[in-house]
Design a protein around this ligand. Structure first.
Ligand SMILES: Cc1cc2nc3c(=O)[nH]c(=O)nc-3n(C[C@H](O)[C@H](O)[C@H](O)COP(=O)(O)OP(=O)(O)OC[C@H]3O[C@@H](n4cnc5c(N)ncnc54)[C@H](O)[C@@H]3O)c2cc1C
Length: 396
């Protein structure tokens, strides 16, 4: 097969797939609507399950140079910083020994620079908005140009256009929760306990997650989630909202949290979505990957990591002999079988977690806190799974 595999979207999943296929000698064209690769969401935390496939592509060393390694995963009470649980994830090396890769916090811009920098010249075509896709593998761009591939992969994110080809009825659902985010210099939040950790503060109708980023853990990325507004009436993406909304919502929380959240101007507000499970992930020569097929709440910090897992598995299957010469239907069926249950479980668990993180003080919150001490199997379930276990080629 001489034509290139066509990937729509040069986000985390699209670039991971492009690099995995390229490493296996498969020709690829990535079509990205943005004129330049911009970061979405400021920062990202990469767990071992997402980093192992990138390590197999030889990228881990470069990523580590520009990332922070959180010391521990800590859950705290909202008002008094009470430490509910703490698991080492960096400082003592046990996480890396156990899961075969570190846990890293990284600027999105740095992450995309590393991924895009590893792509050969000409592989990623910027300024190419895809306006239509045909199940026969023909893609139409806004310019009118048509591009054909033996398969087309929709890696075009939460508001995917390619998804409508696979299932016109599938739409992301607003979860009734929204988020503010920000990046703060550690020096500007001296009241924050353990700034080098990845931490959740849990409270009534809201929670905050933060982790350190940068090569010297000199900055903190925070993500503050609130119940509402419901319904959402803004844009489908980040939307400006009344100044002071964030500060008012966290009035009375721990002084360290308040200091962190108010150290930078209030960001736009992000509506948070989930995608009801899709029963089919492909149609004809078109298949979906990442947020396009399993948008999830970010409360297990897994959206990007699951996109990387999808990419690693799909690349293994597409690089196998015959896959691009008429074998795509079998490949897509196997890909869906391997990926659907796992991504669905994490998606569902992220939804349940949203409510648990927002409980008011009382018996339910006490029961949640008691349950959090059993977080260890949860870490193993998500971070310990080798997504490529069934697809990695056996060395000759
Ligand atoms: C605020 C926030 C914080 C998050 N933090 C984390 C985290 O710490 N860890 C984690 O694992 N996950 C996190 N997530 C989730 C994570 O960002 C997503 O799951 C991940 O980016 C999905 O990757 P993707 O490649 O599927 O889509 P995206 O990264 O969204 O990429 C889609 C790409 O497709 C392009 N595109 C869209 N439409 C078209 C078109 N018609 N033609 C051409 N190109 C198109 C877009 O421009 C974009 O470049 C977070 C999400 C949010 C909202």
């Amino acid at each position: 097969m001489d034509e290139s595999v066509v990937i729509v979207g040069a986000g985390i999943g699209g670039l991971s797939l492009a690099l995995s296929l390229h490493a296996r000698g498969v020709r690829v064209t990535v079509l990205e609507r943005a004129a330049e690769l911009r970061e979405v969401g400021a920062a990202v935390a990469l767990s071992a399950n997402g980093l192992r496939p990138l390590d197999e592509l030889g990228l881990l060393g470069e990523l580590e140079k520009v990332s922070a390694q959180p010391t521990a995963l800590i859950h705290r009470g909202w008002r008094d910083d009470e430490r509910v649980t703490a698991f080492p994830v960096g400082s003592d090396g046990s996480y890396r020994r156990r899961f075969g890769a570190p846990y890293l916090g990284i600027h999105r811009a740095e992450f995309q620079r590393v991924l895009a920098g590893a792509c050969p010249a000409g592989m990623v075509r910027l300024g190419c908005e895809v306006t239509a896709v045909d199940p026969d593998g023909t893609v139409t761009l806004a310019s009118g140009e048509r591009v054909r591939g033996p398969v087309v992969v929709g890696a075009d994110g939460v508001h995917s256009r390619v998804r409508s080809v696979v299932d016109p009825a599938a739409r992301p659902r607003y979860t009734g929760t929204s988020a503010f985010r920000g990046i703060v210099d550690v020096a500007d939040a001296p009241l924050l306990p353990d700034p080098g950790a990845i931490q959740f503060w849990m409270g009534p109708d809201a929670h905050v997650l933060h982790y350190a980023i940068g090569p010297h853990a000199e900055q903190i990325n925070f993500f503050a989630v609130l119940e509402g507004p419901d319904p959402w009436t803004g844009e489908t993406g980040p939307t400006d909202t009344d100044p002071g909304t964030l500060a008012r919502a966290f009035d009375g929380w721990s002084p360290g949290v308040v200091q962190m959240l108010t150290a930078v101007p209030q960001s736009p507000r992000w509506p948070l979505y989930t995608l009801p499970p899709m029963t089919r992930w492909s149609r004809g020569r078109v298949v979906l990957l990442g947020d396009a097929v399993h948008t999830m709440l970010p409360h297990h910090v897994q959206g990007a990591n699951q996109s990387i897992e999808d990419a690693a598995v799909l690349a293994d299957l597409l690089a196998a002999p015959g896959a691009l010469d008429g074998g795509h239907t079998a490949v897509f069926d196997r890909y869906q079988r391997l990926r659907r249950a796992r991504t669905r479980s994490i998606q569902r668990s992220s939804l349940v977690t949203s409510g648990l993180l927002h409980l008011p003080d009382g018996p339910a919150a006490d029961a949640r806190n008691a349950g959090l001490t059993g977080l260890d199997p949860w870490l193993t379930w998500i971070h310990g799974v080798d997504a490529r276990a069934d697809t990695r080629p056996v060395p000759a």
